[in-house]
Ligand binder design. Structure first.
Ligand code: ADP
Length: 571
C-alpha cells in the first residue's frame, strides 16, 4: 500500500475515532437527558397535579369554592398526562368519583375513595419515577462503560499509530541513508530491500538500479585498469633495465623480471613485503635502499648479472599524485630504476684502453722529437738562420703541447682504469708552488705575464707532491692561456682550519656562470673558446685532489677573471 494512502488512512482513522467518541458521548448525553425529561414531564407533573388535587380536596372540606375548579383544572391536566400502565384507569376512577363528589359534596367516603385513587395515581408515578431513575442510572453507567471502552480502544489505536507510523516512514529513510553512505565509500554492492509496493519500494528499485549501474561502471573501469596494469607490467617486464616499485611506506609493489633476475628472488617472495625486511636477506636491495638518496651518477653499481659483470646507474623516480578534490600533491611511492649501462661501460673501457695505448705509444716518439730539437738547436751542431730557428721554436711549442695532451690523456686513462698511484706524504706548500712556478715560467715569460706568490708561514700538508704540483701547473697554464699579455696572476696560500688552500687568481676572460659547474667534467670545454686543449686538465685535477681527501673549485666573473682553488688537509 502506498505510504500516502497509509498516512491518509491513519489520519482518517483518527478522525473516525474522534467522531465515534463524539457521537457516542452525544448519544448517551441525549439518552440521559431524554430519560430525565421523561421523568420530569410525565411523572413529576403527575405528582404535582396529584399534590394540588389533594390540596384542593382538603380545601373543599373547609368550604373553599375555588378549590373545585383547582381540582378540576389539575384533573384535566392529569388526564392529558397519562404515561403509565394502569394510570388511565386510576385517573378515570378519580374523575368518576369526583363527579360523584360534586353531586354529593358532603359524602366523606367518596372523598376518601378519591384520595385513595389519587394516591394510586401517585404510587403508579412514583414507581415509574423510580423505574425511570434506575433506567437513567443504567444509561449513565452504560454510557460510562461504552465511552471508557471506546476511549481505551481509540487510545490504543492512536498509540499504535503514533509508535508505528513514524517508524514506518523513518526506518526506510534510515536504511536508505546508510546505503547511500556505503555507496559513497565505494561499496557498490550495497542494496536496499524494501519489497513493499509503496513509494519506498519504488525508491528502493531506483536506488538498486543506480547501485547496479555504478557497480557495472566500476567493474568495467576496474577491468580497464587491470588491462592497463597488465600492459604496464608487460612493458616493465620487457625492459632491459631492472625496475622496482615501492609504496610510500617502503613496501615492494612490483619488480620486473630483470630486477628479480639480478636480485635472484621470485616475485611472490618480495611483492607486498617491506623492502627493508627483504634487504636483510638481499645485499643488492640493501645497497639500493641504503644509497636511495645518493646522486645516481656518483657510483655506477657493478652487479654480476647475465653471466657477466654488468654496470647499472640507479635512478629514483618519485610518484606523486593530486587526489581528486584536493590541491596538494601527495607522494604515493617511488620507482627505483637501474639503468643498464654495461654496453656504454664496455665502450668506455675500450676507449680508455685505446687512449692509454695511443698516448703511451705517442709519448716516446714525442720525447725523441724534443730531444732531436734540443740537438738541432745546439749551436755546436751547426749555425741556424733565423727562419730555421723560428721553425724549430714552433716545432718545440707544438711538441710541448702534444706532450701535454698525451700526458693528460694518459693520466686520465690511468684514472679511469683505477690505476692512479698516490704517493701521499708530508710536504711543504712552498715547494709545490715553486715547482709549479718553475714549470710555467717560460710560458709566462712568452706573454710577459708576472706571477706573484703571496704566502705567510704555512704548516706542512699531507699530499702527493707531484700530483698536487700537476694540479697547480694546470691552474697556472690555464690562467696564462686565458689572460692577456703583460697581465698579472696572483697565487696565494692560506690556512683554513684543518686545511691549506691554494688560490690562483687571474684577471682574464672569466667563465660564464652557467658553465662553471661543468668545467671539472671530463672533456668539457667552454663553448666558443680556443679548443687547443683536451678539456681534461680540470677533470684530472679534481680526481687528484679528491683522491687526496681535498676539495677543488672556482669562483669566476665573466670578463673580470677567475680564481681557481684547491685545499688539502694539514698533516
Ligand atoms: P683545457 O685543456 O681545455 O684547458 P681544462 O679542463 O683545463 O681543459 O679547462 C676546461 C675549460 O675551462 C677550458 O676549456 C676553459 O674554457 C675553461 N677554463 C679553465 N681555466 C680557465 C681560466 N683561468 N679562465 C677562463 N677559462 C678557463
Amino acid at each position: 500500500m502506498k505510504t500516502k494512502t497509509k498516512l491518509n488512512l491513519a489520519v482518517g482513522l483518527l478522525f473516525t475515532l474522534i467522531l465515534l467518541l463524539t457521537i457516542l458521548g452525544s448519544y448517551y448525553i441525549f439518552a440521559i437527558k431524554r430519560d430525565t425529561e421523561n421523568i420530569l414531564k410525565a411523572n413529576y407533573n403527575t405528582l404535582e397535579y396529584s399534590r394540588k388535587m389533594l390540596s384542593a380536596l382538603d380545601d373543599m372540606d373547609s368550604g373553599n369554592a375555588a378549590s373545585v375548579a383547582v381540582f378540576e383544572h389539575n384533573l384535566t391536566r392529569q388526564l392529558a398526562n397519562i404515561t403509565e400502565a394502569g394510570e388511565e384507569k386510576a385517573t378515570k376512577d378519580v374523575e368518576a368519583n369526583f363527579a360523584d363528589l360534586k353531586r354529593n359534596p358532603t359524602d366523606g367516603s367518596v372523598k376518601t375513595v378519591i384520595r385513595q385513587g389519587i394516591f394510586e395515581v401517585m404510587k403508579l408515578n412514583m414507581d415509574a419515577l423510580k423505574k425511570k431513575s434506575d433506567m437513567a442510572q443504567n444509561t449513565a453507567e452504560t454510557a460510562n462503560w461504552v465511552i471508557a471502552i471506546a476511549g481505551c480502544l481509540c487510545f490504543l489505536i492512536a498509540f499504535n499509530l503514533m509508535v508505528n507510523l513514524p517508524n514506518h516512514i523513518a526506518n526506510p529513510i534510515r536504511e536508505l541513508t546508510q546505503s547511500i553512505r556505503e555507496i559513497a565509500k565505494g561499496n557498490y554492492r550495497q542494496r536496499v530491500n524494501f519489497s513493499d509496493a509503496n513509494e519506498f519500494g519504488d525508491l528502493a528499485k531506483s536506488f538498486n538500479a543506480m547501485a547496479q549501474k555504478l557497480q557495472e561502471f566500476n567493474d568495467s573501469n576496474l577491468n580497464k585498469l587491470l588491462i592497463e596494469k597488465k600492459r604496464i607490467e608487460t612493458l616493465l617486464d620487457n625492459m632491459h633495465d631492472p625496475v622496482i616499485g615501492l609504496d610510500n611506506e617502503g613496501r615492494i609493489l612490483s619488480a620486473n623480471s630483470e630486477a628479480l633476475k639480478i636480485m635472484g628472488l621470485k616475485a611472490e617472495e618480495i611483492v607486498g613485503q617491506p623492502a627493508a625486511q627483504v634487504a636483510l636477506r638481499n645485499d643488492l636491495l640493501k645497497s639500493l635502499i641504503v644509497n636511495e638518496f645518493e646522486s645516481p651518477k656518483a657510483h655506477p653499481m657493478k652487479i654480476y648479472a647475465n653471466g657477466k659483470e654488468s654496470y647499472f646507474e640507479r635512478e629514483n623516480v618519485d610518484i606523486s599524485i593530486v587526489p581528486t578534490g584536493e590541491e596538494q600533491s601527495v607522494e604515493i611511492g617511488n620507482f627505483i630504476i637501474l639503468r643498464n649501462i654495461t654496453v656504454f661501460k664496455e665502450l668506455d673501457f675500450a676507449k680508455t684502453n685505446f687512449i692509454a695505448t695511443v698516448s703511451h705509444e705517442l709519448k716516446t716518439p714525442i720525447a725523441a722529437i724534443k730531444l732531436s730539437l734540443d740537438l738541432l738547436q745546439n749551436e755546436r751542431n751547426g749555425e741556424l738562420n733565423s727562419d730555421q730557428k723560428q721553425l724549430l721554436e714552433s716545432i718545440r711549442e707544438d711538441s710541448a703541447r702534444l706532450l701535454k695532451i698525451t700526458g693528460e690523456l694518459l693520466e686520465m686513462s690511468q684514472l679511469e682504469t683505477g690505476n692512479i698511484q698516490l704517493a701521499i706524504g708530508k710536504c711543504a706548500v712552498a715547494d709545490i708552488v715553486s715547482m709549479a712556478l718553475e714549470a710555467v715560467k717560460t710560458q709566462a715569460d712568452q706573454k710577459e705575464i708576472s706571477i706573484v706568490y703571496e704566502a705567510f708561514y704555512l704548516p706542512e700538508i699531507r699530499a702527493d707532491k707531484d700530483k698536487t704540483s700537476w694540479v697547480l701547473i694546470n691552474f697556472l697554464t690555464n690562467a696564462i692561456r686565458y689572460s692577456s699579455e703583460k697581465a698579472q696572476i696572483l697565487v696565494t696560500a692560506n690556512v683554513e682550519s684543518d686545511f691549506v688552500s691554494v688560490i690562483v687568481k687571474d684577471n682574464g676572460q672569466g667563465i660564464d656562470p652557467k658553465y662553471q659547474s661543468r668545467i671539472f667534467d671530463r672533456y668539457f670545454q667552454v663553448p666558443g673558446k680556443s679548443k687547443s686543449g683536451t678539456g681534461l686538465g680540470l677533470a684530472i685535477s679534481r680526481e687528484f685532489i679528491e683522491a687526496q681527501g681535498g676539495a677543488i673549485g672556482v669562483e669566476s666573473d665573466l670578463g673580470l677573471g677567475s680564481s681557481f682553488w684547491f685545499r688539502l688537509p694539514l698533516t
